[in-house]
Design a protein around this ligand. Structure first.
Ligand SMILES: C[S@@+](CC[C@H](N)C(=O)[O-])C[C@H]1O[C@@H](n2cnc3c(N)ncnc32)[C@H](O)[C@@H]1O
Length: 243
């Protein structure tokens, strides 16, 4: 396919077949990827290491397509995105929610978001995005203080740089998301290290791996949510709030 960059077909998932991953992208992902999203993906891959403190990475196009489908299936209107890079997922969400939908997009590295912002503006979707330049946890605490915000979101997605414990996000988000709403966590299989012995795991991944193990154990025993974990990218765990 002429439009495909080599970086786009790198196997970012745990699926152990590059051919199969390429096949999926070529047959069902790239042909339907909206033009502004492709443009933003290209900008992201050509600007890696733009910000010294931020790891400029983005949701893989297959994961993005799946998230877009979920957003539409639950008719998401109010969305929280934790961990914004150049805005690929933010733009994808803006394309998937209705005209009066809103995204609370939180990240402490606005420089990365500024890379994608011109494309978001060109697509006429900036009005749907409330970008907050901050660490996410204090913002969620602030939001939860206003009773009007409790149960007011349809969908939340966490894809930050593996710094905070997912349980801390879950505890806050389960109050902000309505009953029936979804909370989605990326990287829950920690690049596959969840099944390795600690000594086989690079030191810089050990802490996050342990957090993933603790989170998965806790969430799988939590009756307030129904869960489903997929081997998509580095693991994608969806929680549906039941009460
Ligand atoms: C994997 S990238 C997110 C990719 C993005 N969801 C997308 O698909 O375009 C992770 C991002 O999390 C952000 N981040 C890091 N620590 C954070 C924190 N404590 N709260 C919110 N965002 C954070 C960084 O800006 C980083 O770009």
């Amino acid at each position: 396919m002429a439009s495909m960059e080599p970086s786009s077909i790198a196997n970012e998932s745990l699926l152990q077949s590059n051919e199969l991953y390429k096949y999926i992208l070529e047959t069902t992902v790239f042909p339907t990827e909206p033009a502004p999203l492709k443009e933003l993906r290209d900008v992201t891959t050509s600007n890696n290491n733009n910000h010294p403190l931020d790891n400029v990475s983005t949701t893989c196009p297959l994961g993005g397509q799946y998230i877009g489908m979920l957003l539409k299936l639950v008719n998401a209107k109010m969305v929280i995105e934790i961990g914004v890079s150049t805005g690929y997922l933010t733009l994808l969400t803006a394309l998937s929610i209705p005209k009066d939908g809103e995204i609370l997009a939180i990240s402490p590295y606005p420089k990365s978001y500024e890379l994608g912002l011109p494309i978001i503006k060109k697509a006429g979707l900036e009005h749907k995005i409330n970008f907050i330049d901050s660490e996410a946890l204090p913002i969620l605490d602030q939001f939860a203080k206003d009773k009007l915000n409790l149960g007011s979101f349809d969908f939340a997605i966490i894809n930050e740089a593996q710094t905070n414990n997912y349980i801390d996000y879950y505890k806050r988000l389960v109050k902000l998301v309505k009953i029936g709403g979804l909370i989605c966590f990326s990287n829950t299989l920690c690049e596959g290290y969840v099944t390795k012995q600690e000594q086989e795991v690079p030191e810089n991944k050990r802490h996050f791996r342990q957090q993933c193990l603790n989170f998965t154990k806790e969430i799988s025993q939590n009756p307030q949510v129904e869960i489903c974990q997929l081997p998509l990218s580095n693991g994608f765990l969806v929680c549906k709030r039941l009460y």
